[in-house]
Design a protein around this ligand. Structure first.
Ligand code: M6R
Length: 622
């Protein structure tokens, strides 16, 4: 995925574009570029490397102009290079395009354009867009084509969009139309910010918050034309769209680092607050008894009768789904199938329209997750989305939406989005259990009381980061790190291993502890660290044996277990304890030391945890 932005107003565009790109840099940092329109010409500056490289270049030579577009790239087609960086222009340099997504039929379109004399300069799929627009622009200038009632520029863009297959969030400027930016989206997020005497464009909300909190979330196949003083919306068939804008509740401060060295660390520390924000609107006290109120999603008894729950998601969100599998089965006694979205979408799954289909996604824009959701919808499923992104495609296309209310998550490695997804899952599991008559009043009240204690317990863990920091200092150079656990602890092991590998680049894996002896134990040696998640009291003896088996083969170990628990004192290399909650709720707390461990290992290894190599925050392409 890439980050795209646009500015049209009275201020100089360049600083505004660079400021917005800084906020979008987490979406890609292979190269960056801007195009600014200054009356009679479009000036493009684009460079391989992080945004800072481009900023230094621009500082040497200012680019005047009050209208422009900007891009930060995560390469899909064509290596990171100056040439492949966006914006891309047509041969005469009077049209410039930035794009996030993948043009699937770019090979065919490229040949078609080459046969008409177009010379390509980059290896990107995006370059076909600008040449297509140029082609239709010139064709329409000679003889009117296509959609009546639109001007030459808009008509050319719409004609080009009609030829493109794949996904796009894109923005176009043209020298002959110095009063507007045209933007369009399909399967790739794009938001228009409505300012005062200025209008803006961005792939994500934080890039707009310095200017405005009034936005249009562009819909599928919607096109926006941004002028200084207003914005027109169209379908990709050129029909006018009239609809109200949306208000964003986040403030600009929520999207800043706030004194922390990295967004990831800030977001780890925001978890107590995020838990409270997720819980508070859903917990209602009626007659002195707490209850879960899901009026917001209209969850009724018919949902509780679902014969099966199917959960799909990717990456960290899939791990939340794995916790969901254990939680729904434990509390609500409904069979659960949790599948990776990229597998589910191609699986020809067996399907019952009465199944409850839960889709989890922080961004609500992950391509594989959306495809799995659409497949289920096509087959008649009821879709419940758990997402952090208001106005996202997932939120708009689902039947019910449960927002995680984690606030903006900028760090590529997901932390507070994960734990708030878990909180939503537990609330749902308890509510379904109650609706199914499986929890009596007392057990229900006790469970909710435990959940209410979680924010303070998370805070307590965060006050002991020094212990994790010391542990990371002792082990950040290990060749292999294996996370092991059983049941809920296995799900947390999966997430812990992902966190560590994605930001520290350490080879880390998760194993269901009982599986070790069926193969993985062959890998264990003196260069191995084993982190054992040990919070499932009924399985203490089992996990204790697994720790001993790995210690006997030279592995160092860290055991994460309950405060006051001494079962592992004699066998663990080191122990980190977390405040005691009910065993099934342990993932809400036990993941926090693992997140911190990953963070400190990454920093000690000299990596930037906010910008892990080869990764992007939200994968809007397949
Ligand atoms: O936005 P989503 O929750 O759909 O994203 C899914 C994954 O791409 C995401 O969780 C990814 O695994 C993160 N890098 C994990 O830290």
């Amino acid at each position: 995925m890439c980050g795209i932005t646009g500015y049209i107003g009275c201020k100089q565009a360049t600083p505004e574009l660079l400021r917005a790109l800084k906020k979008l840099e987490y979406r890609g940092y292979d190269s960056a570029g801007i195009a600014v329109l200054n009356g009679s010409r479009i000036t493009v500056r684009k460079m391989k490397g992080a945004l800072g490289v481009l900023e230094r270049k621009i500082a040497e030579e200012a680019i005047p102009g009050t209208l422009g577009i900007g891009h930060t790239r995560w390469a899909t087609h064509g290596e990171p290079s100056d040439t492949n960086a966006h914006p891309h222009t047509n041969l005469s340099g009077n049209i410039a395009v930035i794009h996030n997504g993948i043009i699937e039929n770019y090979g065919v379109l490229k040949e078609w354009l080459q046969a008409r004399g177009v010379v390509f300069r980059s290896q990107t799929d995006t370059e076909v867009i600008v040449h297509l627009i140029d082609f239709y622009y010139n064709a329409a200038a000679i003889a009117p084509i296509g959609i009546p009632g639109t001007d030459l520029f808009l008509r050319a863009v719409l004609e080009a969009l009609g030829r493109i297959e794949g996904s796009y969030g894109l923005a176009v400027i043209a020298r002959d139309f110095p009063d507007r930016i045209i933007a369009a989206r399909k399967d790739s997020p794009l938001i228009v910010g409505l300012g005062d005497g200025e209008n803006l464009l961005a792939s994500d909300v934080p890039a707009l918050l310095d200017h405005t909190r009034e936005v249009y979330y562009l819909g599928e196949r919607e096109v926006a034309v941004l002028y200084r003083d207003h914005v027109d919306l169209f379908t990709d068939q050129g029909e006018r769209v009239i609809r109200p804008s949306s208000h964003v509740d986040w403030d600009a401060q929520a999207a800043e680092k706030g004194g922390y060295a990295h967004f990831m660390l800030k977001e780890i520390h925001e978890q107590p607050r995020a838990f409270t924000d997720t819980l508070r609107p859903r917990l209602k006290i009626a007659d002195g008894t707490p209850d879960i109120n899901f009026d917001e999603i209209g969850l009724d008894a018919s949902w509780a009768d679902a014969p099966r729950i199917v959960i799909t998601a990717c990456g960290t969100a899939w791990h939340a789904g794995m916790v969901g599998k254990y939680a729904f089965e434990h509390f609500a006694r409904i069979p659960v199938e949790t599948d990776i979205a990229s597998e589910y979408r191609y699986r020809n799954p067996v399907f019952n329209p009465r199944d409850l289909f839960i889709v989890i996604s922080q961004s609500g824009e992950t391509a594989d997750t959306l495809a799995a959701m659409r497949l289920a919808k096509q087959k008649g499923a009821r879709i419940l989305a758990i997402t952090n992104a208001v106005g996202s495609t997932l939120a708009r296309e689902s039947d019910l939406v449960l927002y995680t209310w984690a606030g903006p998550e900028i760090g590529v490695a997901s932390t507070k989005a994960f734990t708030t997804q878990l909180m939503c899952v537990y609330l749902l599991a308890l509510k379904l259990a109650r609706l199914r008559g499986l929890l009596d009043g007392r057990a229900y009240r006790d469970a909710l009381t435990s959940l209410q204690a979680i924010p303070a317990q998370a805070q307590k863990i965060l006050e002991n980061t020094a212990a994790i920091q010391r542990f990371a200092a002792g082990h950040f150079n290990k060749g292999k790190v294996f996370f092991i656990g059983r049941q809920f602890d296995y799900a947390v092991s999966l997430e812990s291993a992902l966190k560590l590998k994605e930001i520290s680049y350490t080879h880390s894996e998760a194993f269901a502890a009982g599986e070790l002896k069926h193969g993985p134990i062959a890998l264990v040696d003196r260069d191995t660290l084993v982190v054992a998640l040990a919070t499932q009291t009924a399985l203490f003896d089992k996990i204790a044996s697994n720790i001993q088996e790995t210690a006997a083969r030279g592995a160092a170990s860290l055991v994460i277990t309950w405060e006051g628990e001494h079962r592992f004192d004699k066998i663990a290399g080191e122990i980190f304890t977390i405040p005691r909650t009910d065993d099934p709720f342990s993932p809400l707390l036990s993941i926090i030391p693992a997140q911190l461990f990953a963070y400190y290992c990454a920093v000690l290894r000299g990596n930037d945890p906010d910008k892990p190599r080869n990764l992007a925050k939200s994968v809007t392409v397949e």
